[in-house]
Design a protein around this ligand. Structure first.
Ligand code: UDP
Ligand code: MG
Length: 153
């Protein structure tokens, strides 16, 4: 099923000059970029993004971190995009994440783990709505779609 997922290139990735290398992972895999915004989130918006973690011991630190510097907020579309993107991200903590994943290749921190990805269709819809209006997403066909998605007879 066609899905959309919110992928955020987090403050540490921007500061560490990793935007291009991270975006390339999603492009290489064949996910389609349909929206993007470079911004610094306010604490209110950051709090909403991580509302599911409110009350946990790392919540305040997480909100401070994500709103501390600019981020690149993107939306990617593909069949099964949510699970595919989570596999590309790797496990939450850099020191657990497998080599070959974004978090596994570029970091070893708990909080500063470079990238956010929605974890379900419900959270994707909610998270995308925090940053984008429907008309800000641009759907289109890739020129090589038949080859990329194995629909060539
Ligand atoms: N996080 C943290 N300490 C923890 C758990 C999570 O700092 O013990 C941070 C980390 O940046 C993570 C984010 O909170 O990406 C959201 O946590 P979640 O469990 O949703 O992980 P994710 O979905 O990002 O893998
Ligand atoms: Mg999460």
């Amino acid at each position: 099923m066609t899905e959309r997922t919110l992928i955020i290139i987090k403050p540490d990735a921007v500061q560490r000059h990793l935007i291009g290398r991270i975006v390339t992972r999603f492009e290489n895999k064949g996910l389609k970029l349909i929206a993007g915004k470079f911004l610094q989130a306010g604490t209110e918006q950051a709090g909403e993004l991580y509302a599911v973690h409110k009350g946990k011991d790392f919540y305040e630190r997480l909100v401070r971190y994500i709103s501390s510097a600019p981020i690149l907020v993107t939306v990617w579309q593909a069949d099964g995009a949510i699970a595919m993107a989570r596999k590309l991200l790797g496990d939450t903590f850099g020191y657990d994440a497998k080599p070959g994943t974004i978090r596994g290749d570029f970091g070893c921190s708990q909080t500063c783990n470079l990238v956010h990805g929605s974890d379900s269709p419900e959270s994707a819809e909610f998270e995308i709505g925090l940053f984008f209006k429907p008309e800000e997403m641009v759907d289109y066909e890739f020129a090589d779609a038949e080859w990329l998605y194995n629909s060539k007879e």
